[in-house]
Design a protein around this ligand. Structure first.
Ligand SMILES: [Zn+2]
Length: 292
């Protein structure tokens, strides 16, 4: 069975396409068993129709699996077509949607929206399969309440975030960000390893914490930051993240910051492929395999 990949950003067409649970179940079933069907209990490959719409019943052991079983749509407290619609809005709207906006639009409790949105954010985590390469800017920033001028890198109660942004021929490419505990090479290294290929020309400011990384990143270069003027692209990127977080997500608590950073960059890194971003998100939500 070949799944028809949903493309598009228009809400009206979307609701026409996924206006009821049946259409969504069909989409999930086609995508879930796109490559093959294999019984979860016994591994048998042949099936017949199960009891519920689009579910599959194993011909050997009789195990009946629904399209939502084992996915992030499992045991969802509200109709599936609304879950699809929320996933659509959060992935395709340029700035996403806060749980407050979602609860107003879908007339659901904000807590319910939040629980579902957390799953979406998990699905939006980077797969870490596609590392940044070429010229990569790295910087850190603080996020939290009022900015206080401080010397050095002490940050009190605010959260520290490291961000990497790739430069491409006609502008900027992809980016990633991670909440870290301190500005030390110990904290920087895992982020570098997960997101930046070792042959990249990494550009950082002169902070000492980056120095030890020159071993793994021989092309790492440090230049004075001169109040951010040396790296305008990454500073614009940081300003945009901060603006987004302060704008519609002003209740973003510390422990949820990483989820928001993942959400932001999932969209950002696909800003030129928005037409299929919903499909990709659904695929990830079916796999239900949060990267730890
Ligand atoms: Zn079976």
């Amino acid at each position: 069975m070949q799944n028809e990949k949903y493309k598009g950003l228009n809400s009206i067409s979307f609701t026409k396409h996924f206006g009821n649970d049946e259409a969504c179940l069909k989409y999930l079933a086609e995508l879930k068993w796109e490559d093959e069907y294999k019984c979860k209990k016994c591994g048998y490959a042949r099936f017949c129709n199960g009891k519920k719409p689009f579910s599959r019943r194993c011909n050997q052991c009789g195990y009946d699996e629904s399209p939502t079983a084992g996915t992030m749509f499992d045991k969802c407290k509200f109709p599936l077509h609304l879950a699809f619609h929320i996933a659509f809005k959060v992935s395709t709207k340029k700035k996403g949607m806060s749980t407050l906006e979602l609860s107003r639009e879908f007339e659901m409790r904000q807590k319910t929206c939040w629980e579902f949105k957390k799953k979406i954010q998990q699905a939006m985590k980077s797969s870490m399969q596609y590392k940044l390469s070429g010229e990569v800017f790295v910087d850190e920033f603080l996020i939290g309440e009022k900015e206080v001028n401080k010397q050095g890198r002490s940050h009190g109660k605010k959260r520290l975030v490291i961000v990497a942004l790739e430069k491409v021929t006609n502008g900027v490419g992809r980016a990633y960000a991670r909440v870290i505990e301190s500005s030390s090479s110990k904290e920087f290294r895992p982020f570098f390893e997960d997101h930046i290929s070792s042959d990249s020309k990494v550009l950082t400011d002169e902070w000492n914490g980056y120095k030890p990384l020159k071993k793994e990143y021989p092309n790492l270069m440090q230049t004075p930051s001169s109040n951010g003027n040396s790296f305008p692209d990454i500073h614009i990127h940081i300003m945009n993240i901060k603006g987004w977080l302060r704008g519609i997500h002003h209740h973003c608590s510390k422990e949820h910051l990483q989820g928001y950073l993942d959400e932001y960059h999932f969209r950002y890194n696909r800003r030129n492929n928005m037409e299929t971003i919903f499909h990709l998100l659904i695929k990830r939500m079916i796999e239900n395999n949060p990267i730890r």
